[in-house]
Design a protein. Structure first.
Length: 364
């Protein structure tokens, strides 16, 4: 199926609309911010300080594209007051503690941010006395992982081994409770809130510098001409370029705004099954795109558990949203490595280069 997410159609919906975006200083959030800016939306961002001078938000001069509130999701009063003051038409909730390995080091904080933070956001939505379409971004790791070839569907059992995965599964249970208790579709005319959930696979793209993520680890080693250390070479993930799910989130927001009764549900966004690659296959594609690179396999004895096999069924998003991946794995990796290559050669050109990639993606 052809991807029917067209830039000009998104622009008709979002131009001039007020969009409250949490996590706008993060990797995915910054890509979303830049895209919303190109669509002509008025954005209010709510997030923690950017974590480095080379983070994507800073490189893109993100503070010029939005009203930026630097604050914590766990500050309930602040979050609610910012939502009420802004009076958004749309809310996209990206903010999270997103790292599996870090969640083993700060488990309680991971649950606080990912679960209580989501509750705080929804309390703000509950206090908002106007129509609003809310898209809450979770993860493919919300599924109880049986390590099988079968791709997970939206109605499969939720669960989580590591604190990150479990916190996101908990967040989904919380969202379901709020939807039934406060945003029940039978009473939509009273509350006027559409609440949808988006579950995306392992996202890659320029501007991610997170620790213990494979593409940032690869790129740092490539730039320094070091050997890449690979922990789980045989682990299979649904890799996709960051613009794939962002297009899906934006289309979901459009449909939710038009028909909240139908679209207040969960959707998977991932690659085609043949593009679910092992970590080692991903490294080989990255090496091919960069032109050089070597790796060594790290002994996993005593390491924390991470899922070995995970695939997503995206048929629901294809059917309901006319969304499907535009890029195969090789194209997604090349687009990602092209961004980092541009960064290493001419950092000041990154805003222009990022916009160019967004426009080229949506124009097909």
């Amino acid at each position: 199926m052809e991807n029917m997410v067209k830039f000009h159609e998104l622009e008709k919906v979002y131009r001039g609309k007020r969009v409250f975006l949490t996590g706008h200083t993060g990797f995915k959030g910054a890509w979303m911010l830049q895209t919303l800016n190109l669509l002509g939306a008025e954005v209010m961002g709510y997030a923690l300080e950017p974590y480095s001078s080379d983070d994507l938000f800073s490189l893109l001069q993100g503070e010029k594209m939005c009203n930026s509130c630097i604050a914590d999701l766990r500050d309930k009063k602040k979050l609610e007051s910012e939502i009420i003051a802004f009076q958004p038409d749309f809310i996209f909730h990206f903010a999270a503690q997103p790292l599996v390995r870090l969640s083993y080091e700060i488990p309680a904080e991971t649950f606080e941010v990912n679960v209580i933070g989501t509750a705080n956001l929804l309390d703000g939505v509950k206090a908002l006395k106007k129509k609003c379409s809310v898209v809450l971004i979770t993860t493919d790791k919300v599924y109880h992982n049986n390590e099988w070839e079968y791709p997970y569907r939206e109605n499969d059992k939720l669960g989580g081994f590591d604190p990150y995965s479990a916190s996101k599964a908990c967040a989904e249970l919380l969202i379901d409770s709020y939807r039934k208790s406060f945003f029940n579709l039978d009473n939509y005319a009273e509350h006027m809130k559409g609440i949808a959930v988006a579950r995306a696979g392992n996202v890659i793209g320029g501007g991610d510098w997170s620790k213990d993520r494979i593409i940032p680890d690869i790129v740092r080693a490539f730039i320094a001409r070091d050997t890449v250390i690979i922990r789980n070479p045989n682990a299979v993930r649904p890799w996709q370029h960051v613009l794939e799910p962002i297009a899906g989130y934006l289309k979901l927001g459009c449909e939710l705004d038009q028909d909240p009764i139908k679209f207040s549900r969960a959707y998977n966004f991932g690659p085609y099954l043949e593009d679910s690659l092992s970590v080692h296959e991903l490294f080989n594609l990255a090496t091919y795109s960069w032109g050089s690179g070597e790796c060594s396999i790290e002994d996993q004895f005593g390491e924390r558990h991470e899922a070995g096999l995970l695939k997503l069924d995206i048929s629901k998003a294809k059917k309901d949203l006319s969304w499907s991946p535009k890029l195969n794995a090789e194209q997604a990796v090349k687009m990602t490595l092209d961004w980092y290559s541009s960064f290493s050669l001419k950092k000041n050109d990154i805003p222009h280069f990022t916009i160019k990639q967004i426009i080229e993606y949506f124009n097909g």
